[in-house]
Design a protein around this ligand. Sequence first.
Ligand code: HPA
Length: 269
Amino acid sequence: MKQLQETVNYLKNEGVNDPAIGIVLGTGLGGLVSEIEIIKSIDYDKIPNFPVSTVESHHGKLIYGTIRGKKVLVMQGRFHYYEGYNMKEITFPIRVMKLLGVQNLLISNAAGAINLAYKKSSLMMLTDHINLYPDNPLIGKNWDDFGPRFPDMSEPYSLKLNNLLRDISVKQNIQLHEGVYVPVMGPNLETKAEYKMIRLLGGDAVGMSTVPEVIVARHMNLPCCAISVLTDECDPEHLEPVAIEDILAAAAIAEPQLTTLYTELIARL
Ligand code: HPA
């Protein structure tokens, strides 16, 4: 808590003032940044107590500014379990966002399509998840000031935000699938047998992020939504090798649509 206060004070001193909307941008999904009227951009390594992102495809900047007149605080690049961070480090920025006054959290990620009706470079809005991480950010003594010991998970993704996204997708003529996201530890991609298992479990997409942030957001009763950019088709019967370059290229194709959905959503919040 002392570290959190130190970080919050630092950011306030840097001019981060009452952001209303927090945004987490995933792998290859930095395009929303061009929509921001930037007031302040701070490298993660300048921010006290912030972990430093080590993945090359992530920039690692906290950007404060406005989109459509709304104050936003954007994480350009996130922290992953496979990088060696623990769950508390991964979710530290989400706690910071809440303490700074953020009222809605918009998340994005790159994920593999388990539901084979969902094609590469399309978008999927998360309606639920199945947490396959071997760890949880809420383990340990509960922070009663933030939320309860046993947070409810009946609505991990805000129905209100998801209804808005659905409406925007129709108006903007953007195909927006819906489904269950399954996070795994990574960093390797999955075997054919693992893809089969994830499908059997009820997953529509598989990735390596997002759920720690969502769990911590729900702990603090912070409404959130998340969209996956589907970067590869996880068809166990016809599995082809996937390289990170392929994933980034597929993300780049879908990214403008993600940017439109979130920009319009922000305008309506
Ligand atoms: N598996 C896990 N994470 C991913 C994948 C995948 O197939 N594609 C993009 N992120």
